[in-house]
Ligand binder design. Structure first.
Ligand code: ADP
Ligand code: MG
Length: 696
């Protein structure tokens, strides 16, 4: 029996259960099964007394008797309740389902062991759907220690594959497996004090004590993060060896002229630093793969523009790709205006570019007279061929699929330098994992003279005051965004909310014009409405999150977010970034319902407390875990971490990365015999759950 063996080899796993395990939780082999880790453990080595438990406790174990039982409630609330006591107090055991089965099963005045999560209903404690078994003499002995709990689905439960059953299956598997092969080299294990894989798997499922559990966890987390890093970094090395970068040795006339004559302000120190980093990269002989992170308004556009000028100075072409038409337009206008005095030939290519203009543009790209192309996905089309593309800038990269990014690579025989820019700050640990192969630059300074946006959180009882405030702002000549959530599940209702909101606002502000924009509109209608707002023809923009990305309306100084409790932190921050772009004091108003969960409250408090995107990203990671970080990033995670937690395991990640770098330093492609184990393991991962191709 080895790890690749199908789980049907385990006694008790027939075809039906095997299919269920595969379909519900993706388990087909013993290896899959053994890496299905418990989500938590309960201490079953002791019995609690009823008079010491309360509803804040996790799973607990009680010993006592059922005194009486009865049916309660009607219809859907119908339930079977057993009144249980251990002599120190009473707990109701409650069943809503499978009542028939339960009813005849348990006896009065018999000693049972109850296991479950206490809740409170009115003044009474209860445990819904408890695990329950007769107490026998050797009970304590056999159940000592920590008991693992496994996530199972409804379907599994109704087929008798609950946590308990899964535990038994895993126990059997571990027993029959015998020796579990090691997946890490001995010297590494020694250096980082890692326990053997076999021990780790045994202990992660059936820990003997806390200490061994911690060691097991550490070992498994290290391994997981180590292989992720090893894979990313090896690919980077491979790329470095395979492709040379264009050497842009010259900082020439265009760059210098622009800097001295055209730049309308002085660069911030952060902008200067990042430009130096980019210049060094582009002159190094390596192909640049750089991620530029900078909060909204930190001035990424000018960095992109000046990087492009370096390419142009070296007689190469450059392009800038933006995720939406309106954003591409805006970039084009800004950049074209700034470069006009230098006579640089800039053009715009989007879905709306007319056919004849498009053909002309293609021609100019091919013969090299067109130097800088700005556009949307339209840039990716096959007909778009460059004479010699030297630099690609991708704005708001999280909006692009990886395949699209990869496509830009092929726009030249030798891949161009790549600069991806994002305003969604990514905490360091996450960046290291998501973009472990990219060098990271950070614009951590806003241009001077910005007034920090003031953020407030109100409930509906302040609606009138809010309207008064909005009116004052409009009278001062400002414009206002009002944003509603729009998420898939309740799309219809959300749309109705938005439309109601729109009507309400029109009614409340009869002497002003109101725009509405949402995702169900045609792109052209959406753009037209955005343009009206941009031109100041309308004063209020009622919208969904479609306005989240990059649009710059300096005169808009108030962002009202309705149902703020329904947004994630980084999304709130992105939305807030739509204002505060002009000289005026800007405001962000978070409107929410009154009852909020603790986590939601923390989220909104964080927004009120700080404007710092990185602080917010950290808080987001802490509050929600990496899997939940804004949907935009979720799609970016190219692998599935089973045990490591990017929010908490930064230190392990650091060590794992260091270990990987150390190995690659001497053997970049893992070709030495001594590293055969590592190579084999990487292959194995590639075959399984990890889509490495999505890291580019
Ligand atoms: P983002 O990083 O969000 O893309 P932008 O590049 O759109 O930010 O810049 C936001 C605004 O700040 C623009 O109006 C831009 O002209 C201005 N800006 C950029 N850099 C500076 C600077 N160093 N000093 C003053 N204003 C600047
Ligand atoms: Mg921008």
């Amino acid at each position: 029996m080895n790890l690749d063996t199908e789980i049907t080899c385990i006694q008790g796993i027939g075809q039906k259960r095997a299919e269920l395990l595969k379909k519900e939780i993706g388990i087909t082999t013993l290896a899959d099964l053994l890496s299905y880790y418990p989500y938590k453990y309960v201490d079953r080595s002791r019995f609690y007394r009823v008079n010491e438990i309360d509803e804040t406790m996790p799973y607990i174990q009680l010993k006592g008797q059922i005194l009486s039982a009865e049916y309660m409630g009607e219809g859907r609330a119908r339930r079977y309740v057993a009144h249980f006591s251990d002599g120190t107090g009473f707990v109701d055991l409650v069943w809503f389902q499978g009542i028939r089965y339960v009813e005849g099963k348990y006896r009065l005045n018999t000693e049972y062991v109850i296991f479950g999560k206490p809740n409170r209903f009115g003044s009474r404690l209860n445990i819904a759907h408890p695990e329950i078994e007769p107490f026998t003499e050797n009970y304590t002995q056999q159940s000592q220690g920590f008991q693992p709990l496994y996530n199972t689905t409804e379907k599994m439960k109704s087929n008798f594959l609950n946590s308990n059953a899964l535990r038994k299956v895993i126990k059997t598997a571990l027993m029959f497996m015998g020796n579990i092969p090691e997946t890490l080299p001995a010297n590494l294990m020694q250096r980082y004090s890692l326990c053997a894989r076999g021990t780790a798997l045994q202990q992660i499922h059936f820990p003997q004590n806390n200490d061994l559990l911690n060691k097991a966890r550490y070992r498994l987390k290290f391994e997981e993060l180590f292989y992720v890093q090893l894979s990313i970094l090896r690919q980077t090395k491979y790329r470095e060896q395979r492709y040379r970068g264009f050497v842009f040795g010259r900082v020439g006339a265009l760059f210098n002229d622009f800097y001295t004559h055209c730049l309308p302000f002085s660069l911030t120190n952060a902008q200067k630093r990042v430009l130096r980093e980019i210049r060094t990269d582009m002159n190094s002989g390596r192909q640049m793969n750089r991620l530029l992170q900078g909060d909204v308004g930190s001035g990424k556009t000018i960095v992109a523009l000046m990087s492009a000028l370096i390419a142009l100075d070296n007689h190469f072409q450059a392009c800038v790709m933006a995720p939406t038409e309106i954003l591409a337009n805006q970039h084009f206008e800004t950049i074209n205006a700034l470069l006009q005095p230098l006579g640089v030939h800039v053009a715009l290519l989007t879905g709306s570019t007319k056919k004849t203009a498009r053909q002309q543009l293609h021609e100019q790209l091919r013969n090299g007279t067109l130097q800088l192309l700005i556009g949307t996905h339209a840039l990716l089309e096959d007909e778009v061929e460059f004479h010699n593309l030297g630099l690609v800038v991708i704005d708001e990269q999280h909006r692009f699929g990886v395949a699209q990014r990869a496509k830009l690579w092929t726009k030249n025989v030798q891949p161009p330098h790549i600069l991806v820019m994002t305003a969604t700050p990514i905490p360091r640990t996450l960046a290291m994992t998501l973009y472990g192969d990219l060098d990271v630059s950070v614009l951590d300074e806003l241009p001077p003279g910005r007034k920090p946006i003031q953020t407030f959180h109100y409930f509906d009882n302040k609606r009138e005051a809010l309207n008064g405030f909005l009116l004052k702002q409009i009278e001062k000549g400002r414009q206002i965004y009002i944003v509603y959530p729009l998420i898939q599940e309740s799309e219809k209702m959300d749309l109705k909310n938005l439309e109601d909101g729109f009507l309400y606002i029109k009614e409340r502000f009869p002497s002003y014009k109101v725009s509405m924009v949402h995702g169900k509109m045609k792109a052209s209608e959406k753009d037209a409405e955005m343009q009206r707002f941009l031109a100041g023809e309308t004063q209020i923009m009622v919208a969904t999150t479609v306005i989240e990305v990059g649009v710059n309306v300096p005169n808009a100084s108030v962002m009202v977010i309705e149902n703020a409790e329904r947004f994630g932190l980084s999304q709130l921050h992105q939305l807030r970034g739509r204002v505060g772009r002009g000289a005026e004091q800007s405001y962000c108003i978070l409107m929410s319902k009154f009852e909020l969960s603790k986590e939601t409250r923390q989220r909104l408090d964080t927004m009120v407390r700080t404007n710092d995107g990185f602080e917010i990203a950290e808080a987001d990671l802490q509050l929600r875990g990496p899997g939940d970080i804004d949907g935009t990033l979720q799609s970016g995670l190219p692998f599935d971490l089973k045990i490591a937690d990017l929010a908490r395991d930064g230190q392990v990640l650091q060590l794992a990365r260091e270990a990987a770098l150390d190995i690659l330093k001497d053997d970049p492609l893992l070709q030495n015999d001594s590293n055969a184990l590592l190579l084999k393991q990487l292959d194995c991962m590639q075959r399984n759950n990890i889509n490495w191709s999505s890291i580019s």
